[in-house]
Write a protein that binds this ligand. Structure first.
Ligand code: AHM
Ligand code: MG
Length: 326
């Protein structure tokens, strides 16, 4: 019998006694993603490809679909009474939602923006935090990734796939013919060892010495100290890279580089690194910033950036140890 997202969340609620209204919040996120999916699928037919001719607070060009997806999530989540506030990669500051809400939802509405116009996989990434008592301020959102109650992503690829965790393993749902998320994989575990890596090689000259050394070892393959050949992939959509790693193992890194000391990485801690790190950890993998576990980082800014290394445990541990020994 097919298990739909709603059934799965009800089961999790009963078995694990999840906090009240967490499942309702996750269902609202999934409803917003269904709307985003519709927009993504129509593309040029709905005139929603290309630039919105605006920039976000981080100085990045926004695509029309970035703006549309952001608005869909804001509208849907503000209508969910359990949601107290929102923070988005595409918004300058947090958005207040419902004064009696218990949860904060943080999201990257459409990750992998450079892939939108060329019809390559993109996704929505989300993270749910408890709302601390008292007035809602930016400080309410500055909680470490360990405090997350749930996280996940929706991958808009050849199939539309929702992957989520309520901190009891991960579950994957495929969008079925009736436009419902149907459970297709549960308790996925990432292989501990891997011979596949993902990094944007065009930045090589900017990396710090330990990352230069590590990638040189992989490129040396069988002839080098690692004693085996490695394969490389780079989709330029974190959602697609993480999905590949959950399915068949591997490592993904967007490392710190030497260009701008004020930016310790490209990816955002609150909207990208934390939710993905929770999924990876729930699937038996590890995520670090090469120095400490990403989930233990105490944020000091909403749009904070972070270096990311995540995936198969043995390989992430190897990279992290190499940085620590330097
Ligand atoms: P975005 O949130 O603006 O889409 O940027 C995040 C993306 C990640 O999905 C991906 O890992 C990385 O940026 C790609 O970077 P690059 O352009 O260096 O390939
Ligand atoms: Mg992003």
């Amino acid at each position: 019998m097919s298990v739909l997202l709603n059934d799965y969340l009800q089961q999790q609620q009963q078995i694990h006694d999840l906090p009240p209204n967490l499942t309702a919040t996750l269902l609202s996120i999934s409803e917003a993603c269904l709307q985003i999916n519709q927009a993504v699928r129509l593309g040029a037919l709905d005139n929603i490809l290309g630039s919105a001719r605006t920039g976000n607070i981080q100085g990045e060009e926004q695509k029309k679909l970035d703006v549309i997806s952001n608005q869909i999530l804001i509208n849907t989540l503000c209508a969910q009474s359990a949601v107290a506030g929102l923070a988005s990669e595409e918004e300058d500051t947090f958005v207040s939602a419902n004064s009696n809400g218990q949860y904060l939802v943080l999201f990257d509405p459409l990750d992998g923006s450079s892939n939108i116009d060329v019809n390559i996989s993109i996704g929505t990434i989300f993270s749910v935090l408890p709302k601390p008592v008292g007035e809602l301020t930016t400080a309410s959102f500055l909680q470490s990734g360990r405090q997350q109650l749930a996280s996940g992503y929706v991958l808009y690829g050849p199939q539309t796939i929702l992957v989520l965790t309520v901190k009891h393993g991960i579950a994957m749902f495929t969008l079925n013919k009736n436009n419902q998320f149907q459970l297709t994989q549960e308790n996925t575990q990432i292989p501990v060892q891997t011979a596949e890596f993902a990094i944007n090689m065009s930045n090589q000259r900017h990396w710090q010495a330990p990352m230069q050394e590590y990638i040189a070892e992989l490129l040396a393959g069988k002839t080098g100290t690692r004693g085996k050949d490695y394969n490389m992939r780079w989709v330029a959509s974190m959602v697609a890279e993480v999905h590949r790693i959950l399915i068949r193992g591997g490592i993904f890194t967007y490392p710190q580089d030497q260009r701008d000391p004020s930016k310790p990485g490209k990816l955002r801690l609150m909207y990208e690194a934390n939710p993905m790190s929770l999924l990876i950890e729930q699937a038996g993998g590890v995520a670090t910033n090469t120095r400490e576990n990403i989930l233990d980082i105490q944020p000091d800014q909403l749009h904070q950036r972070v270096a990311v290394v995540l995936g198969s445990k043995a390989e992430v541990d190897y990279i992290t140890a190499k940085h620590q020994n330097y």
